[in-house]
Design a protein. Structure first.
Length: 173
């Protein structure tokens, strides 16, 4: 569970990421939404996919989802992807995340999604964007406390858990 301070920081980070200029718009290309918009109607927001961290489930996003709805997001624009952190490695989970992103895109008609990920979920999201074809479908990837350089606490469960091994620090020297 996120503390109230962490929720505010997460919401601010998400807002800053979502307000950044879109590369496609800067280059004069078409917007990220593929569905035609009716004149005079506000364009829908880019859907947000929330990716939980190690030993958690989509329910951990309840407070952030409420904050996002209070900021104007509709339930139909917010998605929480659930996965078993103990059964697979980043590469496999990234493929499953990619399949979920495709499902969200089909459901919403969006060309791209924003991903907000926490902890181990950040590694999965980063793998999807970096190696799993996510550059074509992800507008922004927001990582909240992602162990991008590993975390020494992962050694506590690395003997029996692949996700922990994925989070252990790697020395490159």
């Amino acid at each position: 569970m996120l503390t109230p301070r962490q929720r505010i920081l997460a919401l601010l980070t998400l807002c800053l990421a979502l307000l950044a200029p879109f590369p496609a718009q800067a280059a004069g290309r078409t917007p990220h939404w593929s569905a035609a918009q009716a004149p005079g109607r506000a364009a829908p927001r880019v859907p947000v996919v929330l990716v939980h961290g190690y030993n958690a489930d989509p329910g951990v996003w309840g407070a952030l989802r409420e904050d996002l709805k209070a900021a104007g997001y509709a339930d139909s624009e917010l998605f929480s992807w659930g996965y078993d952190t103990h059964r697979s490695v980043n590469e496999v989970l990234a493929g499953q995340l990619g399949a979920y992103v495709e499902q969200v895109r089909r459901q919403t008609g969006a060309a791209r999604v924003d991903i907000v990920a926490h902890s181990f979920g950040s590694l999965v999201g980063r793998w999807y964007v970096g190696f799993g074809g996510g550059t074509a479908t992800v507008n922004h990837l927001v990582s909240l406390a992602g162990p991008n350089h590993g975390t020494s606490t992962a050694w506590a469960c690395a003997l029996w858990d692949q996700a922990c091994r994925d989070m252990t620090p790697v020395r490159t020297w």
